[in-house]
Design a protein around this ligand. Structure first.
Ligand SMILES: Nc1ncnc2c1ncn2[C@@H]1O[C@H](COP(=O)(O)OP(=O)(O)OP(=O)(O)O)[C@@H](O)[C@H]1O
Ligand SMILES: [Mg+2]
Length: 242
């Protein structure tokens, strides 16, 4: 299997006024195509920072970051924007849908922006995703008319519209009741079964249990790795790592 993601000695330092803060302090990792990786760690440990850098939303301070054929640490802002739009899909805790667009328009937006396939193909793909996510009858509604679980389904469809090589999810179940959260995990699991590579940040051992393996971050460093599968074992490891 080939590595889709290769990260070596990645650091990220934030400078706020006179204060510097090292959010990532030398992370190296490899993600194989088809992996479903969960990332766990305490608040402030650097999980979102890592996810943002892998998605081209933020730039590393030092180190190398390769995603597919792209060396992200060598791309300029314009190249990063193109990478972000075409190669990765994002799912966030608070859905981040565009409130004045209906469900279908939200899903199609990244494809229209990327301009790489025809409008007809985009329509076809959004129809497939609406069906696949069980929200076809919500297509004409606006985000505020939907439950949290439905909104997250729309966000998932939007994340997949450009067929991303890598799906990045930052606490995708963090703002959902447990039934809707389980639903989202089931959907992600199904996409992964069909070969989708996923990196998911989560505080939930139950969510991390759906992943093939779990990476633990503490103070900007990778400190451990274990297989997914057992919620109990993951919860125990989290306690041990505190
Ligand atoms: N833009 C920024 N400017 C300054 N500091 C930042 C910035 N973004 C993050 N940080 C700091 O970097 C550290 C890591 O932040 P990060 O968001 O990656 O944590 P996290 O592990 O995702 O936490 P949480 O579980 O609360 O989401 C935190 O101390 C945070 O305050
Ligand atoms: Mg975070």
């Amino acid at each position: 299997m080939t590595a889709l993601v290769q990260v070596a000695e990645l650091t990220k330092t934030y400078q706020t006024g006179d204060v510097t803060f090292q959010a990532l302090r030398g992370i190296s990792l490899e993600i194989t195509s088809g992996d479903f990786v969960a990332v766990m760690g305490q608040s402030g440990s650097g999980k979102s920072t890592l996810l943002h850098i892998l998605g081209g939303l933020d730039e590393p301070t030092s180190g190398s970051v390769q995603v597919g054929e792209h060396r992200l640490d060598k791309l300029n802002q314009t190249e990063l924007a193109i990478f972000r739009r075409n190669r990765v899909g994002f799912i966030f805790q608070f859905f981040n849908l565009v409130e004045n667009l209906n469900v279908r328009a939200n899903i199609e937006l990244p494809a229209l922006l990327s301009n790489s396939i025809s409008k007809k193909q985009i329509r076809q793909h959004s129809t497939e995703l609406l069906e696949r996510l069980g929200i076809s009858d919500q297509a004409g509604k606006h985000p505020w008319e939907l439950s949290g679980g439905q909104q997250q389904r729309v966000a998932i469809a939007r994340a997949f519209i450009n067929s991303p090589a890598l799906l990045l999810a930052d606490e995708p179940t963090g703002n959902l009741d447990s039934a809707s959260g389980d639903d989202v995990l089931k959907i992600l699991g199904e996409f992964n079964q069909q070969g989708q590579t996923i990196l998911m940040v989560t505080h939930s051992a139950a969510a991390a249990a759906s992943a093939s393996y779990v990476l633990f971050i503490r103070d900007g460093l990778l400190v451990d790795r274990m297989p997914g599968g057992s919620e109990k074992a993951i919860a125990r490891r989290l306690v041990d790592l505190r």
